[in-house]
Design a protein around this ligand. Structure first.
Ligand code: NAP
Length: 234
């Protein structure tokens, strides 16, 4: 479709699948990550630390110079650094908040003027169902992901009249590097999921693709849980 799409955290996992989906639709996909890796077919794969506003401003500026106004931003880069709150270090707290929440804000802020000037755009934040559930050991992660909901809704109201939509996708348990070391917890989680399986990266990418498409043009400020039914009713 020739859209200029920027995906953070596109080197692996969910972000990689999201980038691949847009590439398959014929879009110009810019893949950002710490390592600078991205899927085949990305027009540009660049290294960036999303927690640095200077780096984000600079990479987005360069992307706009290369590929024109940004049509879609998927703020997906994220980390976990779990531990019980009582023993959580300042560094554990701050690293997760700064990558997951500051990083998403810096990414969105950097594309906003381009989208507003162009009077169109779609921003999608990748949150989690962790803040709706409350997960022991994830006070930092859940706080960062809950923050994305407030960020998205405030932003959605700020830019709704300018043709820009802002939505949140909240994945459940998805099979990626992030969840690869959970061992027997995986079976316990699977037993709780109404659809009886953990998510695949393509399950999340499909919903992101819908939120970036014309089919969802009247949808903004929403949080969509993609979790096989795990969080229904919460
Ligand atoms: P993943 O496989 O661990 O991949 C994380 C991605 O984020 C990588 O591309 C990584 O880049 C990038 N990244 C991390 N820190 C960064 C930084 N400071 N600057 C730039 N890029 C950075 O994780 P995933 O499972 O695909 O998760 C993707 C998103 O979905 C995250 O926001 C996560 O919280 C969310 N989520 C995941 C699950 C799940 O079950 N997997 C559930 C709910 C929500 P490098 O490869 O260069 O390190």
């Amino acid at each position: 479709m020739n859209r200029h799409v920027i995906v953070t955290g596109a080197s692996r996992g969910i972000g990689h699948a999201i980038a691949e989906l847009f590439i398959a639709e014929g879009d110009h996909v810019v893949a950002l990550s710490r390592s600078g890796q991205g899927p085949a077919g990305a027009v540009w794969a660049a290294p960036v630390d999303v927690a640095s506003s200077e780096q984000m401003n600079s990479v987005i500026k360069e992307s706009i110079a290369k590929f024109g106004p940004v049509d879609v931003l998927v703020a997906n880069a994220g980390i976990t650094h779990d531990g019980l709150a009582m023993r959580m270090s300042d560094e554990q707290w701050r690293s997760v908040l700064s990558i997951n929440l500051d990083g998403a804000f810096f990414s969105a802020r950097a594309v906003l003027s381009s989208m507003i000037r162009n009077r169109q755009g779609s921003i999608i934040f990748i949150s989690s169902i962790s803040p709706f559930y409350g997960v022991p050991g994830q006070a930092n992660y859940a706080a960062s992901k809950a923050g994305l909901v407030g960020l998205a809704r405030s932003l959605a109201r700020e830019v709704a009249g300018r043709g820009v939509t802002v939505n949140v996708v909240a994945p459940g348990f998805v099979d990626t590097d992030m969840t690869s070391n959970l061992g027997s917890t995986t079976d316990e989680m699977t037993a709780l999921i109404p659809m009886g399986r953990i998510g695949e990266v393509a399950d999340i990418a499909g919903v992101v693709g819908f939120l970036a498409s014309n089919h969802s043009r009247y949808l903004t400020g929403q949080v969509i849980a993609v979790d096989g039914g795990l969080s229904m009713g919460l």
